[in-house]
Design a binder for this molecule. Structure first.
Ligand SMILES: *Cc1c(COP(=O)(O)O)cnc(C)c1O
Ligand SMILES: [Zn+2]
Length: 426
Protein backbone atom coordinates (compact mmCIF):
# COMPACT_ATOMS: atom_id res chain seq x y z
CA UNK A 1 0.00 0.00 0.00
CA UNK A 2 2.67 2.51 0.97
CA UNK A 3 3.80 3.09 -2.61
CA UNK A 4 0.39 4.76 -3.13
CA UNK A 5 1.43 7.79 -1.09
CA UNK A 6 4.53 9.89 -0.51
CA UNK A 7 5.52 13.16 1.14
CA UNK A 8 5.99 16.02 -1.32
CA UNK A 9 7.32 19.55 -0.71
CA UNK A 10 4.62 22.13 -1.48
CA UNK A 11 7.26 24.60 -2.67
CA UNK A 12 9.93 22.71 -4.65
CA UNK A 13 8.13 19.39 -5.29
CA UNK A 14 10.90 17.18 -3.88
CA UNK A 15 9.59 13.82 -2.71
CA UNK A 16 10.38 12.01 0.52
CA UNK A 17 9.58 8.49 1.67
CA UNK A 18 6.97 8.22 4.37
CA UNK A 19 7.99 9.07 7.92
CA UNK A 20 7.80 11.64 10.71
CA UNK A 21 8.90 14.57 8.59
CA UNK A 22 7.05 17.84 8.04
CA UNK A 23 9.37 20.18 6.19
CA UNK A 24 11.62 19.97 3.15
CA UNK A 25 15.31 19.54 3.90
CA UNK A 26 16.24 21.63 0.83
CA UNK A 27 13.90 24.62 0.93
CA UNK A 28 12.11 24.29 4.31
CA UNK A 29 8.74 24.24 2.53
CA UNK A 30 5.94 22.28 4.23
CA UNK A 31 5.44 18.66 3.20
CA UNK A 32 2.10 17.30 2.08
CA UNK A 33 0.91 13.74 1.40
CA UNK A 34 0.51 13.08 -2.32
CA UNK A 35 -1.04 10.02 -3.94
CA UNK A 36 -0.76 7.88 -7.02
CA UNK A 37 -4.26 8.78 -8.20
CA UNK A 38 -4.22 6.43 -11.18
CA UNK A 39 -3.67 3.52 -8.83
CA UNK A 40 -6.27 4.84 -6.36
CA UNK A 41 -8.97 5.23 -8.99
CA UNK A 42 -9.63 1.50 -8.99
CA UNK A 43 -9.65 1.22 -5.18
CA UNK A 44 -12.14 3.91 -4.21
CA UNK A 45 -15.66 3.35 -5.46
CA UNK A 46 -18.96 4.35 -3.83
CA UNK A 47 -20.11 0.79 -3.17
CA UNK A 48 -16.92 -0.18 -1.35
CA UNK A 49 -17.03 3.02 0.65
CA UNK A 50 -20.70 2.49 1.59
CA UNK A 51 -19.83 -1.02 2.81
CA UNK A 52 -17.19 0.41 5.16
CA UNK A 53 -17.60 1.41 8.80
CA UNK A 54 -19.85 4.33 9.88
CA UNK A 55 -16.84 6.46 10.71
CA UNK A 56 -14.06 8.24 8.82
CA UNK A 57 -12.26 4.96 8.11
CA UNK A 58 -14.82 4.21 5.39
CA UNK A 59 -12.45 6.41 3.31
CA UNK A 60 -9.28 4.51 4.27
CA UNK A 61 -8.35 4.05 0.60
CA UNK A 62 -8.04 7.86 0.34
CA UNK A 63 -6.01 8.26 3.54
CA UNK A 64 -2.25 7.72 4.04
CA UNK A 65 -2.51 4.85 6.51
CA UNK A 66 -1.78 1.25 5.57
CA UNK A 67 -4.21 -1.58 6.11
CA UNK A 68 -4.33 -2.86 9.66
CA UNK A 69 -5.70 -1.78 13.01
CA UNK A 70 -6.53 1.90 13.33
CA UNK A 71 -6.50 4.18 16.35
CA UNK A 72 -10.17 5.11 16.46
CA UNK A 73 -12.87 6.18 18.89
CA UNK A 74 -15.34 6.18 16.00
CA UNK A 75 -14.83 9.78 14.81
CA UNK A 76 -16.51 10.95 11.63
CA UNK A 77 -19.66 10.12 9.65
CA UNK A 78 -21.39 12.92 11.54
CA UNK A 79 -24.81 14.27 10.49
CA UNK A 80 -25.21 16.61 7.54
CA UNK A 81 -28.26 18.55 8.69
CA UNK A 82 -30.58 20.19 6.16
CA UNK A 83 -30.87 23.52 8.00
CA UNK A 84 -34.25 24.77 6.78
CA UNK A 85 -35.04 27.07 9.68
CA UNK A 86 -31.60 28.68 9.75
CA UNK A 87 -31.68 28.95 5.97
CA UNK A 88 -35.02 30.73 6.11
CA UNK A 89 -33.68 33.31 8.58
CA UNK A 90 -30.64 33.95 6.40
CA UNK A 91 -32.46 33.89 3.05
CA UNK A 92 -30.60 30.76 1.85
CA UNK A 93 -32.66 28.15 0.02
CA UNK A 94 -30.39 25.13 0.33
CA UNK A 95 -28.31 25.31 3.49
CA UNK A 96 -26.71 22.42 5.37
CA UNK A 97 -24.83 22.26 8.64
CA UNK A 98 -22.09 19.64 8.99
CA UNK A 99 -22.55 18.83 12.65
CA UNK A 100 -19.11 17.85 13.92
CA UNK A 101 -20.07 18.69 17.51
CA UNK A 102 -21.04 15.03 17.98
CA UNK A 103 -17.58 13.51 17.53
CA UNK A 104 -16.26 11.37 20.44
CA UNK A 105 -14.50 14.24 22.23
CA UNK A 106 -16.78 16.93 20.85
CA UNK A 107 -14.81 18.41 17.97
CA UNK A 108 -13.53 17.75 14.46
CA UNK A 109 -10.04 17.27 15.95
CA UNK A 110 -10.96 13.60 16.49
CA UNK A 111 -10.66 13.15 12.72
CA UNK A 112 -7.12 14.45 12.41
CA UNK A 113 -5.95 12.73 15.59
CA UNK A 114 -7.35 9.36 14.55
CA UNK A 115 -5.38 9.55 11.28
CA UNK A 116 -2.18 10.93 12.84
CA UNK A 117 -2.06 8.39 15.67
CA UNK A 118 -2.88 5.48 13.37
CA UNK A 119 0.15 6.53 11.34
CA UNK A 120 2.19 7.03 14.52
CA UNK A 121 1.39 3.50 15.64
CA UNK A 122 2.37 2.14 12.22
CA UNK A 123 5.68 4.00 12.44
CA UNK A 124 6.31 2.50 15.88
CA UNK A 125 5.84 5.55 18.15
CA UNK A 126 4.96 4.96 21.82
CA UNK A 127 4.28 8.57 22.92
CA UNK A 128 1.65 10.93 21.48
CA UNK A 129 2.16 14.67 21.93
CA UNK A 130 0.72 17.97 20.68
CA UNK A 131 0.48 21.74 20.99
CA UNK A 132 -3.16 22.60 21.48
CA UNK A 133 -5.67 25.43 21.81
CA UNK A 134 -7.89 22.97 23.71
CA UNK A 135 -9.80 20.63 21.45
CA UNK A 136 -6.70 18.89 20.17
CA UNK A 137 -5.63 18.32 23.78
CA UNK A 138 -8.94 16.53 24.52
CA UNK A 139 -8.64 14.41 21.44
CA UNK A 140 -4.97 13.40 21.71
CA UNK A 141 -5.34 12.49 25.39
CA UNK A 142 -8.45 10.38 24.68
CA UNK A 143 -7.14 8.56 21.60
CA UNK A 144 -3.77 7.91 23.26
CA UNK A 145 -5.53 6.42 26.28
CA UNK A 146 -7.59 4.11 24.09
CA UNK A 147 -4.56 3.07 22.05
CA UNK A 148 -2.37 2.43 25.10
CA UNK A 149 0.07 5.21 24.17
CA UNK A 150 1.54 7.66 26.67
CA UNK A 151 0.56 11.27 26.00
CA UNK A 152 2.19 14.64 26.62
CA UNK A 153 -0.10 17.58 25.85
CA UNK A 154 0.93 21.24 25.95
CA UNK A 155 -1.67 24.02 26.26
CA UNK A 156 -1.47 27.76 26.92
CA UNK A 157 -2.76 29.20 30.21
CA UNK A 158 -6.27 30.62 30.23
CA UNK A 159 -8.17 27.90 28.35
CA UNK A 160 -11.79 27.07 29.12
CA UNK A 161 -12.04 25.02 32.33
CA UNK A 162 -13.95 22.20 30.67
CA UNK A 163 -11.28 21.70 28.03
CA UNK A 164 -8.58 21.37 30.70
CA UNK A 165 -10.65 18.99 32.81
CA UNK A 166 -11.72 16.80 29.89
CA UNK A 167 -8.07 16.42 28.90
CA UNK A 168 -6.76 15.66 32.39
CA UNK A 169 -9.35 12.93 32.95
CA UNK A 170 -7.61 10.66 30.42
CA UNK A 171 -4.56 10.46 32.61
CA UNK A 172 -1.69 11.65 30.37
CA UNK A 173 0.79 14.46 31.13
CA UNK A 174 -0.79 17.90 30.74
CA UNK A 175 1.58 20.89 30.69
CA UNK A 176 0.04 24.36 30.97
CA UNK A 177 2.55 26.79 29.50
CA UNK A 178 2.76 30.36 30.78
CA UNK A 179 2.30 31.89 27.34
CA UNK A 180 -0.09 31.87 24.37
CA UNK A 181 -0.63 29.18 21.74
CA UNK A 182 2.11 30.52 19.50
CA UNK A 183 4.60 30.11 22.38
CA UNK A 184 3.34 26.55 22.91
CA UNK A 185 3.65 25.77 19.22
CA UNK A 186 7.22 27.11 19.06
CA UNK A 187 8.14 25.04 22.13
CA UNK A 188 6.70 21.91 20.55
CA UNK A 189 8.78 22.52 17.42
CA UNK A 190 11.87 22.59 19.66
CA UNK A 191 10.72 19.60 21.72
CA UNK A 192 10.23 17.56 18.55
CA UNK A 193 14.00 17.76 17.96
CA UNK A 194 14.70 17.05 21.66
CA UNK A 195 12.41 13.97 21.68
CA UNK A 196 12.50 12.55 18.13
CA UNK A 197 10.75 9.38 19.31
CA UNK A 198 7.58 11.29 20.27
CA UNK A 199 4.74 11.64 17.77
CA UNK A 200 3.73 15.31 17.84
CA UNK A 201 0.50 15.04 15.87
CA UNK A 202 0.59 18.63 14.60
CA UNK A 203 4.38 18.99 14.28
CA UNK A 204 6.42 16.03 12.97
CA UNK A 205 3.25 14.13 11.94
CA UNK A 206 1.49 17.21 10.60
CA UNK A 207 1.23 16.01 6.96
CA UNK A 208 -0.72 12.94 8.16
CA UNK A 209 -2.75 14.85 10.73
CA UNK A 210 -3.83 17.32 8.03
CA UNK A 211 -5.13 14.56 5.73
CA UNK A 212 -7.80 13.68 8.33
CA UNK A 213 -9.64 16.91 7.47
CA UNK A 214 -10.27 15.71 3.92
CA UNK A 215 -12.95 13.44 5.37
CA UNK A 216 -15.03 16.57 6.05
CA UNK A 217 -15.27 16.98 2.26
CA UNK A 218 -15.72 13.26 1.51
CA UNK A 219 -18.63 12.89 3.91
CA UNK A 220 -20.46 15.95 2.66
CA UNK A 221 -20.22 14.72 -0.94
CA UNK A 222 -21.37 11.20 -0.03
CA UNK A 223 -24.21 12.56 2.15
CA UNK A 224 -25.32 14.71 -0.79
CA UNK A 225 -25.63 11.53 -2.87
CA UNK A 226 -22.12 11.83 -4.33
CA UNK A 227 -22.54 15.41 -5.48
CA UNK A 228 -20.90 18.68 -4.49
CA UNK A 229 -22.03 21.81 -2.68
CA UNK A 230 -21.50 25.16 -4.44
CA UNK A 231 -20.02 26.91 -1.44
CA UNK A 232 -18.67 25.94 1.98
CA UNK A 233 -17.89 28.08 5.04
CA UNK A 234 -14.99 26.84 7.19
CA UNK A 235 -13.46 28.20 10.42
CA UNK A 236 -9.76 29.06 10.26
CA UNK A 237 -7.16 28.65 13.02
CA UNK A 238 -3.92 27.31 11.49
CA UNK A 239 -5.73 27.10 8.13
CA UNK A 240 -5.05 23.38 7.75
CA UNK A 241 -8.68 22.25 7.79
CA UNK A 242 -9.73 24.75 5.14
CA UNK A 243 -6.97 23.74 2.72
CA UNK A 244 -7.71 20.03 3.15
CA UNK A 245 -11.46 20.41 2.61
CA UNK A 246 -10.57 21.94 -0.76
CA UNK A 247 -8.10 19.10 -1.41
CA UNK A 248 -10.76 16.52 -0.54
CA UNK A 249 -13.28 17.94 -3.02
CA UNK A 250 -10.63 18.12 -5.76
CA UNK A 251 -9.62 14.49 -5.15
CA UNK A 252 -13.23 13.31 -5.50
CA UNK A 253 -13.53 15.02 -8.89
CA UNK A 254 -10.16 13.72 -10.00
CA UNK A 255 -11.07 10.15 -9.04
CA UNK A 256 -14.44 10.44 -10.79
CA UNK A 257 -16.41 9.90 -7.58
CA UNK A 258 -18.36 13.13 -8.16
CA UNK A 259 -19.09 15.20 -11.25
CA UNK A 260 -18.04 18.85 -11.23
CA UNK A 261 -20.87 21.34 -10.68
CA UNK A 262 -22.81 22.19 -13.88
CA UNK A 263 -20.83 24.45 -16.18
CA UNK A 264 -17.47 23.50 -14.64
CA UNK A 265 -14.74 21.37 -16.20
CA UNK A 266 -13.16 18.59 -14.11
CA UNK A 267 -9.78 20.32 -14.36
CA UNK A 268 -11.06 23.86 -13.70
CA UNK A 269 -8.06 25.53 -12.02
CA UNK A 270 -10.41 27.33 -9.60
CA UNK A 271 -11.36 24.00 -8.04
CA UNK A 272 -14.84 22.49 -7.79
CA UNK A 273 -16.25 24.25 -4.70
CA UNK A 274 -16.10 27.84 -3.47
CA UNK A 275 -14.41 27.88 -0.07
CA UNK A 276 -14.95 30.77 2.37
CA UNK A 277 -13.06 31.19 5.63
CA UNK A 278 -14.26 32.40 9.04
CA UNK A 279 -12.17 34.06 11.74
CA UNK A 280 -12.77 35.99 14.94
CA UNK A 281 -11.97 39.71 14.72
CA UNK A 282 -9.80 39.25 17.83
CA UNK A 283 -7.55 36.86 15.87
CA UNK A 284 -7.89 37.43 12.14
CA UNK A 285 -4.45 37.37 10.51
CA UNK A 286 -5.71 35.52 7.42
CA UNK A 287 -8.89 37.59 6.98
CA UNK A 288 -6.81 40.75 7.35
CA UNK A 289 -4.37 39.70 4.61
CA UNK A 290 -7.37 38.85 2.41
CA UNK A 291 -8.98 42.26 3.00
CA UNK A 292 -5.71 44.01 2.22
CA UNK A 293 -5.08 42.01 -0.94
CA UNK A 294 -1.79 40.83 0.53
CA UNK A 295 -0.01 37.46 0.27
CA UNK A 296 1.69 37.98 3.60
CA UNK A 297 -0.07 36.78 6.75
CA UNK A 298 1.23 39.01 9.53
CA UNK A 299 1.19 37.46 13.02
CA UNK A 300 -1.19 38.96 15.61
CA UNK A 301 -1.70 38.63 19.38
CA UNK A 302 -5.07 36.85 19.86
CA UNK A 303 -7.80 38.36 22.05
CA UNK A 304 -11.19 36.71 21.52
CA UNK A 305 -13.64 34.30 23.16
CA UNK A 306 -12.97 31.92 20.24
CA UNK A 307 -9.98 30.31 21.94
CA UNK A 308 -10.00 27.21 19.75
CA UNK A 309 -9.24 29.50 16.79
CA UNK A 310 -6.68 31.65 18.62
CA UNK A 311 -3.59 31.05 16.51
CA UNK A 312 -1.86 34.35 15.88
CA UNK A 313 0.75 32.93 13.49
CA UNK A 314 -1.09 30.31 11.40
CA UNK A 315 1.15 27.66 9.82
CA UNK A 316 -1.11 27.23 6.78
CA UNK A 317 -2.39 30.80 6.59
CA UNK A 318 -0.70 31.46 3.24
CA UNK A 319 -2.17 28.31 1.69
CA UNK A 320 -5.64 29.02 3.12
CA UNK A 321 -5.52 32.45 1.45
CA UNK A 322 -4.54 30.79 -1.82
CA UNK A 323 -7.52 28.40 -1.64
CA UNK A 324 -10.03 31.14 -0.85
CA UNK A 325 -8.76 33.38 -3.66
CA UNK A 326 -8.50 30.57 -6.22
CA UNK A 327 -12.00 29.23 -5.55
CA UNK A 328 -13.68 32.64 -5.47
CA UNK A 329 -14.56 32.49 -1.78
CA UNK A 330 -14.48 35.15 0.91
CA UNK A 331 -12.82 35.60 4.29
CA UNK A 332 -14.55 37.47 7.10
CA UNK A 333 -13.73 38.36 10.69
CA UNK A 334 -16.60 38.59 13.20
CA UNK A 335 -16.76 40.26 16.62
CA UNK A 336 -17.21 38.40 19.92
CA UNK A 337 -20.79 39.74 20.06
CA UNK A 338 -21.50 38.30 16.61
CA UNK A 339 -19.97 34.98 17.75
CA UNK A 340 -22.33 34.78 20.73
CA UNK A 341 -25.26 35.70 18.50
CA UNK A 342 -24.16 33.02 16.02
CA UNK A 343 -24.12 30.36 18.76
CA UNK A 344 -27.65 31.37 19.87
CA UNK A 345 -28.97 31.61 16.31
CA UNK A 346 -27.85 28.06 15.46
CA UNK A 347 -29.18 26.73 18.78
CA UNK A 348 -32.62 28.33 18.47
CA UNK A 349 -33.14 27.44 14.80
CA UNK A 350 -31.56 23.97 14.51
CA UNK A 351 -31.19 22.63 18.05
CA UNK A 352 -27.40 22.41 17.72
CA UNK A 353 -25.23 23.85 20.49
CA UNK A 354 -21.86 24.84 19.08
CA UNK A 355 -18.74 26.12 20.74
CA UNK A 356 -17.31 29.54 19.90
CA UNK A 357 -15.70 28.29 16.66
CA UNK A 358 -19.19 27.29 15.48
CA UNK A 359 -20.39 30.76 16.43
CA UNK A 360 -17.62 32.18 14.21
CA UNK A 361 -18.78 30.02 11.29
CA UNK A 362 -22.48 30.86 11.67
CA UNK A 363 -21.80 34.58 12.17
CA UNK A 364 -19.63 34.59 9.04
CA UNK A 365 -22.30 32.68 7.10
CA UNK A 366 -24.90 35.27 8.21
CA UNK A 367 -22.61 38.14 7.22
CA UNK A 368 -21.81 36.70 3.77
CA UNK A 369 -25.51 35.96 3.11
CA UNK A 370 -26.49 39.49 4.16
CA UNK A 371 -23.81 41.06 1.95
CA UNK A 372 -24.77 38.91 -1.05
CA UNK A 373 -21.40 37.13 -1.15
CA UNK A 374 -23.45 33.93 -0.91
CA UNK A 375 -26.32 33.89 -3.41
CA UNK A 376 -29.76 32.73 -2.14
CA UNK A 377 -29.86 29.75 -4.53
CA UNK A 378 -26.40 28.39 -3.77
CA UNK A 379 -26.10 24.97 -2.14
CA UNK A 380 -24.16 25.88 0.99
CA UNK A 381 -22.52 23.83 3.75
CA UNK A 382 -21.44 25.45 7.04
CA UNK A 383 -18.90 23.43 9.01
CA UNK A 384 -19.73 23.49 12.73
CA UNK A 385 -16.65 21.96 14.29
CA UNK A 386 -16.96 21.94 18.09
CA UNK A 387 -19.46 21.32 20.91
CA UNK A 388 -20.94 24.18 22.96
CA UNK A 389 -20.69 22.28 26.23
CA UNK A 390 -16.95 23.01 26.15
CA UNK A 391 -17.26 26.80 26.08
CA UNK A 392 -20.31 27.61 28.21
CA UNK A 393 -18.49 30.53 29.83
CA UNK A 394 -18.42 32.31 26.47
CA UNK A 395 -22.15 32.92 26.69
CA UNK A 396 -22.69 35.93 28.94
CA UNK A 397 -24.52 35.33 32.26
CA UNK A 398 -27.90 36.71 31.23
CA UNK A 399 -28.28 34.11 28.48
CA UNK A 400 -29.00 31.25 30.82
CA UNK A 401 -32.54 32.54 30.32
CA UNK A 402 -35.04 31.21 32.86
CA UNK A 403 -37.92 32.35 35.05
CA UNK A 404 -38.06 31.58 38.77
CA UNK A 405 -41.48 30.25 39.89
CA UNK A 406 -42.99 28.84 43.09
CA UNK A 407 -43.56 25.09 43.45
CA UNK A 408 -47.34 25.19 42.88
CA UNK A 409 -49.53 24.65 39.85
CA UNK A 410 -50.99 28.15 40.23
CA UNK A 411 -47.56 29.79 40.23
CA UNK A 412 -46.36 27.86 37.17
CA UNK A 413 -49.57 28.56 35.21
CA UNK A 414 -49.39 32.24 36.12
CA UNK A 415 -45.82 32.40 34.79
CA UNK A 416 -46.78 30.64 31.55
CA UNK A 417 -49.74 32.99 31.00
CA UNK A 418 -47.77 36.18 31.62
CA UNK A 419 -45.28 37.72 29.17
CA UNK A 420 -41.72 36.44 29.43
CA UNK A 421 -39.86 38.33 32.08
CA UNK A 422 -36.49 37.84 30.40
CA UNK A 423 -35.45 39.50 27.19
CA UNK A 424 -36.01 37.42 24.08
CA UNK A 425 -32.97 36.27 22.16
CA UNK A 426 -32.51 38.06 18.87
C1 LIG B 1 -8.68 23.52 15.64
C2 LIG B 1 -10.08 23.92 15.33
C3 LIG B 1 -10.44 24.52 14.11
C4 LIG B 1 -9.48 24.98 13.03
O1 LIG B 1 -8.49 24.15 12.68
P1 LIG B 1 -7.24 24.53 11.74
O2 LIG B 1 -7.09 23.32 10.92
O3 LIG B 1 -6.08 24.75 12.66
O4 LIG B 1 -7.57 25.76 10.94
C5 LIG B 1 -11.78 24.77 13.89
N1 LIG B 1 -12.71 24.47 14.80
C6 LIG B 1 -12.42 23.91 15.98
C7 LIG B 1 -13.52 23.64 16.95
C8 LIG B 1 -11.09 23.62 16.30
O5 LIG B 1 -10.81 23.06 17.46
ZN1 LIG C 1 11.28 21.95 -0.91
Amino acid sequence: MSSLHALTCRECGRQYPEGPLHFCEYCFGPLEVTYDYDALAGLADPRRIAAGPANLWRYCSLLPVDAGEKVSLGAGWTPLVRARRLGEELGLEELYVKNDTVNPTGSFKDRVVSVALSKARQLGFKVAACASTGNLANSVAAHAAAAGLDSVVLIPVGLEQVKVLTTAVFGGRLLEVEGNYDDVNRLCGELASEYPDWAFVNVNLRPYYAEGSKTLAFEVAEQLGWSLPDHVVVPVASGSQLTKIDKGFRELVRLGLVAPRPGRQPDDPAGPVRVSGAQAAGCSPVATAFAEGSDVVLPVRPDTIAKSLSIGNPADGYYALEVVRRTGGQLAAVSDEEIRAGIRLLARTEGIFAETAGGVTIATLARLAREGAIAPGERVVAYVTGNGLKTVEALAEGWASRERVGASLAAVVEAIESPRSHKEDQ
